[in-house]
Design a binder for this molecule. Sequence first.
Ligand code: FAD
Ligand code: NAP
Ligand code: SF4
Length: 675
Amino acid sequence: MKYPKLFAPLDLGFTTIRNRSIMGSMHTGLEETENGFERMAAYFSERAAGGIGMIITGGIAPNDEGGSDGHAKLSSQAEVEQHKIVTGRVHATAPDVKICLQILHSGPLARTKNAVAPSAIKSRISKQIPNELDAQGIEKQINDHVKCAVLAQKAGYDGVEIIGSAGYLVSTFLVEKTNQRDDEYGGSYENRMRFAIEIIRRTREAVGNNFIVIFRIAAMDMLHGGMSWDEVVTLGKRIEAAGATIISTHFTWHESAVPTIATMVPRAAFTSVTGRLRKELTIPLITSNRINMPDVAEQVLTRGDADLVSMARPLLADSDFMLKARDEREDEINTCIACNQACLDHTFNGITSSCLVNPRACHETELNFLPTKNQKRIAVIGAGPAGLAYATIAAERGHRVSLFDAADEIGGQFNLAKKIPGKEEFYETLRYYGKMIEVHNVDLKLGRIVSADELGPDQFDHVVVATGIAPRKPAIDGIDHEKAVLYTDVIKGNKPVGNKVAVIGAGGIGFDVCELISHSGPSGAVDANVFAREWGIDFDNHPRGGVTGVEPVVAKSDREIWLLQRKDTPVGRGLGRTTGWTHRLALSRRGVNMLNSVEYLKIDDEGLHIQREGKTAIIPADTVIICAGQESERSLYDALKDTSTSVELIGGAFKAAELDAKAAIKQASYSAAEI
Ligand code: FAD
Ligand code: NAP
Ligand code: SF4
C-alpha cells in the first residue's frame, strides 16, 4: 500500500470513516437547478463510487435569511424528501461512505434584504448593510441551525458541518470588527463565542450521540484584526467540549486579500496551521487547500498535520481520485489545476459549476462517454487541449483514433502556459493526457504537419481539425520593427527581452507575460515560506488573522514594464472573477504600470508611441511584446471543407475570440461523446 495513512480508516466510536479523504463542500448551483437533486445524486454517487471516505454537500441555508434570494435551504419536511434522493443514492452506491450536509448561514453575505448579522456592519464584499439581530433573532438563528441538523438527520445524512468561518454568520459573531454588540453575544471573547458554542451544544443535544457534527473553524482568517491564535485554540477547545465530532480548518474570510486556493498558492500551504491546532485538541481535525494529489495528502497526514484531508475541487476534476490512488494509478488522475475557471468563477457568476479539465463534473446526467456501436477511423489534427480531449474520449469510446501534431510534444498552448510562474499545475494536465493516450491506444504522431491530401475518406471516416490559433499581429505602424516581438517567442525564450518593456494587450496572456518577465528568483513552484512572505502571512507567530502587521515583501521587478490596453475599463477587468484580483495585485506590487484607453500610434527606435487622454507620449521601450489576442488557424479546414471528407472544427481553430481551455475542452468533450 503506497498511501497507508490516506487509506487508514478513522474510528469515530459510533461509526467509521473508511479512509482519510473527504470531498469538501462546494456550492455548485445544482442545489437550485431544475432537477438539481437528481443531478446531485448522480454527481455525489459517482464520487462515492470513486472511493472517497466522506462527502460534505454544498452549503444549504437553515432558513430564508441565511441564504441569498433563491438559495437552497433545509427547513421543512418537503425539503427533507428532496435531500433523501441524494442520501439514498449515495448510500445505495457505497453503503460505507458518509455524507454530511453543510449548514451555511451566509449572515451579512446573503444577497437578500433580510440578511442578518450580529451588528449592522457591511462586509467589504457585500453591497448591503445587514439587519442587526435582536435577542429574539439570535435565538431564532440558533434554533434554525439545530432544526436544520435534525432535518438533515431525517433526510438520511450521516452528519452535518456547520460553517463557522469565511465571513458567514457564525464567524461574524467571533470577530470584534463585525460584532459590536454589548449584550451576552458581544463584547468579551467569551460572549462572542457564545453563538457558535450554543449552536454546537444544542445541535448535539438534538441529534444524539451517533451523528457526525463538524465545525468549520477559521484557523487563520487572513483578516487584519481577525482572530488571534489564542482565540482560535480557545474556540476549538470549547467547540470540542460542546460536542463536535470533528473540527475542519478553514483559512480565509472571503473578503481577505490573500489568495488561499488559486493556482499560485503552493500545494498544502496552510496545513501546518491545522497541525498546530491538532496538538491542542483531542477530536480529529480536517485540513484542506491545494491538496490535489495523493502523495501530497499522504505527506500532510504523515507530518501529523491532520487526521483527515479535504479535497474539494480535485474531486470535481476526477471522481475516481481515490480509486486511482489505491490502485497506484496516480498518473491517471486528472489533476485539479486550481484555475477556478469552471468551478468558483461559475458559482460567483450564477452559472452551474463544472471543471475546466473535466466538463462532466456536475453534468453527469447529460454528458456521458458511452461505448460506440459504430467504430470509426478518426484523425484529430492538433494535440492542444481541444485535440487531446477529443482524441482520448473518442478512443475511450472505442473509435480508432490517430492524433497528429506538428510539434514534437503534445499540449499546444499549454506548453506555453505551464512556463508561467504559478501555472506549474498545467504540467499535470499534459501528464494526464499523455497517459490517456497510452491507456486508450490513441495512435500519436508528433512532428507531423498534416496536409489535406493525407486525410481522404479512404484513410479516415472523420477528421477533426483542432489546429488552434495564430497570435494576432495588429496593424500598428512599425509592427515589424525588431523590437516588436510576439508573446509566443518571449515565452519560448526565442527572443531576448530588454529592460524597458511595453506589453500590448492586457488579456489573460498579457498578464501572464508580465508575470513571467517581472518575476525574479528561480522558476518553478514557490514554497509556502516564499508565498507567505509575498502575501504578508506570518505562519510562525500567527498574529491576528495571520496577517495583522505583516507587510508583504515583494521584490520589485528589475524591468520597467507597461501593460497596456485600448479599452477604457480598468486593466484586468476581464480576468477570472475569483483570481483576477490576485494577478492585478501581484503585478502592481512588482511595479508594473497598467494603462487603459491607450491608442497605439507607432513602434520605432524611440519606443512605442501612444496617445492617451488626448496627449501623445512615447514609452521608451526596448521591447514591445504583442499579446493582442489570436486568430483561428484554419488553413487545413479550408482545404478540407469542400471535399468528400467528413470534417469538423473544434477549439481555437473553431473560434479564437474568447476561447480558453475551458471552452476548448468542453466543446471537444461534447463532440467526442456523440461521434
Ligand atoms: P492549441 O493549444 O493552440 O493547439 C493547437 C495545436 O495544433 C498545436 O499543438 C499545433 O502545433 C497544432 N497544429 C496546428 N496546425 C497543425 C497542422 N497543420 N498539423 C499538425 N498540427 C498542427 N486558457 C485557460 O483556460 N486558462 C489559462 O490559464 C490559460 N493560460 C494560458 C497561458 C498562456 C501563456 C497561453 C499561451 C494560453 C493560455 N490559455 C489559457 C489558453 C489555452 O491554452 C488555449 O485556449 C488552448 O490551448 C486552445 O486549445 P486548442 O487545442 O484549440 O489549440
Ligand atoms: P484576450 O483575453 O482576448 O486579450 C487580448 C488583448 O489584446 C486584449 O487586452 C485586447 O484589449 C487586446 N487586443 C485585441 N485586439 C487588438 C488589436 N487589434 N490591437 C491591439 N490590441 C488588441 O486574449 P489573450 O490574452 O490572448 O488570451 C487568450 C485566451 O486565453 C483568452 O480567452 C483568455 O481567457 C485565456 N487565458 C486565460 C488565462 C487565465 O488566467 N484565466 C490566462 C491566459 C489566457 P483591447 O482591445 O482593450 O486593447
Ligand atoms: Fe480545479 Fe479548475 Fe476544475 Fe475548478 S475548474 S476544479 S480549479 S481544474
